[in-house]
Design a protein around this ligand. Structure first.
Ligand code: NAD
Length: 487
């Protein structure tokens, strides 16, 4: 394996950013941050608690109440957001290098995520300038119009998979709407979040508008969720965490947007373009190390083509290049953290008794250390299997045969999740009928998981609450007040 690349200029301590300044925790506490290739501590990060969250929320509240940001014209805010996008794009190579080092994602894929982060800022900058709100007349009697106002301090809680991009997916619409924010990034991957501070400062975001508190979910995250001066939380993470946050937010009746876990089906019918379906289903579960909320981690294949599909899919999975995340040839890198590695390997062991192992099955040859898992394929998996029902969040896939359309639909819907679904068929009527019946927030027909930022993003069932994307994001971060006037 190639020598492990360590980026120049890594910080040895990762700090909070509150009211325009980098600071340590009030109590001086820190936690260790590991590099997923060596699993050695490369930095310590400030471990935020209630006292740090209180300072950050106070700064964000001052910036909201007294500062210019919520009152600026959309065009003026959009100009700053555009400068942020340019800065992200100008440093995409550095961002990708740091993200790869911290998360273990392959460098080519981390680069794509940095570009998506820039695009999120550009998109929401355009959207607020084009924003039109409703007005209604009752002839001769009333004019009624919508007055849109940013809600206040937005609490943003994010996961460790593609952290920089997912932070941008919340920061961009929250800031575009005129909110001020407190971001609590994931504790496994705090490295890239600090970059926002410098990018925002240089782009001209007023101090106090963006605040960042690192720390554990049960401490810093919990304090943010329970803070009475934070009227809404946008959360992305596990469904079990979502449930805890939902309960904790009840006390202060907060607005919630939740993007949660998934166990998304990829359904391949016998009439599908098999080459394209194999390419896409491989990408769907093995890109981003399989650490992807919308991963197609259950593949349902019609019996007529089942044996051929399994054989060809497994053969391709065995050829996927596992390697150092910084090597441009790498297709699957190292999983984010030893705890997560143990969880994924636990499922690989469970899978041995729940399915027929046709590729992978553990640590790849030649990798004695680091969180490496060979792309793993189990065939003939029954729907009551744990590897069919539970989110693994790694390079592990379950393949299951089906006969009829009805059986495919029953299998597709037979989990508590409902984030995404992928369908492969040449029959247009079947495609749309199936798409409408499948319990998923997003469906891709004969296509890859490519986002159009105008469309709704979110899941049903245990995969989420509410939807963001396009104007839905702006709606979430704003109040729409109805004003009625007699004419
Ligand atoms: P996680 O739920 O463990 O953590 C997510 C964030 O929540 C972290 O910042 C964590 O510190 C914080 N947190 C944990 N406990 C908390 C608490 N009690 N109160 C407040 N905050 C708390 O999730 P993870 O392991 O970081 O991320 C992986 C999960 O995220 C997977 O389930 C994946 O499917 C999901 N995800 C969903 C989407 C989506 O858009 N639907 C996108 C990416 C990831």
């Amino acid at each position: 394996m190639a020598t492990h690349h360590i980026p120049d200029g890594l910080p040895s301590s990762i700090r909070h950013y509150i009211d325009g300044r980098f600071v340590d925790s009030v109590d001086g506490d820190t936690f260790d941050v590991l590099d997923p290739v060596s699993n050695e501590t490369y930095a310590t990060a400030a471990a935020g608690k209630k006292a740090d969250i209180d300072l950050a929320v106070a700064a964000a509240t001052r910036a909201f109440v007294d500062g210019p940001w919520p009152r600026m014209l959309p065009r003026a805010r959009a100009r700053i957001l555009g400068r942020i996008a340019d800065a992200v794009e100008a440093q995409d190579a550095r961002l990708a290098e740091l993200e790869t080092f911290d998360t273990g994602l392959p460098i080519t894929q981390a680069l794509g995520q940095a570009q998506r982060a820039a695009e999120n800022f550009r998109f929401f900058a355009d959207l607020i300038v084009a924003q039109a709100d409703d007005a209604f007349t009752v002839p001769g009697r009333q004019l009624n119009y919508v007055h849109r106002k940013p809600i206040g301090v937005a609490g943003l809680i994010t996961p460790w998979n593609t952290p920089f991009m997912l932070e941008s997916w919340k920061l961009a619409p929250a800031l575009a709407s005129g909110c001020t924010v407190v971001l609590k990034p994931a504790e496994f991957t705090p490295l890239s979040a600090g970059l926002w501070a410098t990018i925002f400062e240089e782009a001209g975001l007023p101090p106090g508008v963006f605040n960042l508190v690192n720390g554990l979910g049960e401490e810093a995250g919990d304090a943010l969720v329970k803070h009475p001066d934070v009227p809404l939380i946008s959360f992305t993470g596990e469904s079990t965490t979502g449930r805890i946050i939902f309960a904790n937010a009840a006390e202060s009746l907060k607005g919630l947007s939740m993007e949660l876990g998934g166990k998304s089906p990829a359904v391949v019918f016998a009439d599908a373009d098999l080459d394209a379906a194999i390419d896409s289903t491989l990408f769907g579960v093995f890109s981003l190390n399989g650490e992807r909320c919308t991963a197609g981690s259950r593949i349902l294949v019609q019996r007529e083509i089942y044996d051929e599909f399994v054989e060809r899919f497994a053969e391709r999975a065995r050829r996927i290049v596992v390697g150092d995340p910084h090597d441009p040839a790498t297709e699957v890198g190292a999983l984010v953290h030893p705890e997560h590695y143990d969880k994924v390997m636990g499922y690989v062991e469970i899978g041995r008794s729940e399915g027929r192992l046709v590729a992978g099955g553990g640590r790849p040859d030649g990798f004695e250390s680091g969180n490496y898992v060979a792309p793993t394929v189990f065939a003939d998996v029954k729907p009551d299997a744990r590897i069919f029902q539970e989110e693994i969040f790694g390079p592990v896939v379950a393949i299951t045969p089906f006969g009829s359309d009805a059986e495919a639909l029953e299998l597709a819907n037979d989990t508590r999740y409902g984030l995404a679904a992928y369908l492969w068929t040449r029959d247009l009527e079947r495609a749309h009928t199936f798409a409408h019946a499948v319990e998923a927030g997003m469906v891709w027909l004969n296509s890859h998981n490519v986002r159009d930022l105008r469309t709704p993003f979110g899941g049903v069932k245990a995969s989420g609450l509410g939807q963001e994307g396009g104007y839905r994001s702006i709606d979430f971060y704003t109040d729409q007040q109805a004003v009625h006037i007699t004419v």
